[in-house]
Write a protein that binds this ligand. Structure first.
Ligand code: GLU
Length: 296
């Protein structure tokens, strides 16, 4: 891939470092640690202008947000993937890599944190999600649809870097965790009872993300069990199982009374990543967790 991308005459010299050759459904703590360490090393190397990570698409949003929360925002970090295998007709892998090179080597790419480049669009890590199981336009952004349009020969940003001030400070938002606590996603379904909540607490979950109906809702018995968990010190974040939209505080569920956190624009997978990072950084109080979700 590097040779093929280098042969395209793009405005960058590429050097590669293998981290893992796995389906991204198997990404986890060991791979994330190795990837974060490699990013820090590349970050500190003045000869490297930008970092491109080739990554499976299934968990790209999780790795992107984890790195976004734990790397400084100065040097561009770009995740690229492929929805079609390299040997498929119309494979998008090399194009996405070429687009990633275009983005990572652009002077205006700094100060935007980690980005995902797929389907000729540039997404911020906090916005991006895999929204379809197939096709090259499977990735979507919310609440910002995208930061830029890109092709191997053009790049159009839609606004200035949104994390420029932070980039100037040069610090990551959160410390790299020493370990990741167990945080589970509980998907709500009509007619379910509270037993799954008890089961999650029984296996020692340190936090629960509700992938709720509509605006992060669940049957009353489930909300009651989650309230008990929250009041016993296990943070509960309400996100939505629907594809897109905000989950705001106290709209239909009384978050103030129940001690819940509203995930705002983050879907369940990204809400879980943020909650793991917060807990690993010693942040578990519902107000502080809410402030982090409000500010991400
Ligand atoms: N399960 C694969 C992965 O996420 C999907 C194919 C791909 O995106 O490369 O790694």
């Amino acid at each position: 891939m590097l040779e093929a991308a280098s042969a395209l005459g793009l405005p960058a010299q590429l050097v590669g470092e293998p981290i893992a050759q796995i389906g991204s459904q198997d990404m986890g703590w060991p791979q994330w640690q190795a990837l974060h360490a490699a990013c820090l090393a590349a970050y500190a190397d003045p000869s490297i202008a930008g970092i491109i990570i080739t990554h499976g698409t299934d968990t790209a949003e999780e790795t992107a947000l984890l790195l976004d929360l734990t790397l400084p925002a100065g040097k561009p970090v770009v995740l690229v993937g492929a929805m079609r295998p390299a040997d498929a007709v119309g494979s998008d892998g090399l194009r996405n890599l070429a687009n990633g090179v275009r983005v990572a080597s652009d002077v205006q790419a700094a100060g935007r944190g980690v980005m995902v480049v797929m389907g000729d669009a540039v997404f911020a890590a906090v916005d991006v999600r895999k929204a379809a199981t197939a096709n090259i336009d499977a990735f979507k952004g919310f609440p910002r649809a995208s930061l830029a349009r890109v092709t191997p020969s053009s790049l159009t940003w839609f606004g200035p870097p949104h994390r420029a001030e932070e980039a100037a400070i040069g610090r990551a938002r959160y410390d790299w965790p020493k370990a990741l606590p167990r945080v589970a996603i509980l998907t709500a379904g009509a007619g379910m009872d509270a037993e799954p909540v008890k089961a999650l607490l029984g296996i020692g979950c340190k936090g629960i993300v509700l992938a709720g109906m509509g605006q992060g809702n669940a049957p009353s018995v489930v909300l009651d069990a989650l309230e008990a968990a929250a009041k016993a010190g296990v943070p509960v974040v309400r996100s939505a199982r629907v594809d897109e939209g905000m989950v705001d505080r106290n709209v239909e569920v009384d978050d103030d009374a129940r001690g819940f956190v509203a995930a705002r624009a983050l879907g369940p997978a990204k809400a879980r990543v943020l909650l793991m990072v917060l807990l690993a950084n010693g942040i578990s109080d519902a107000r502080a967790v809410q402030a982090a979700f409000d500010g991400v």
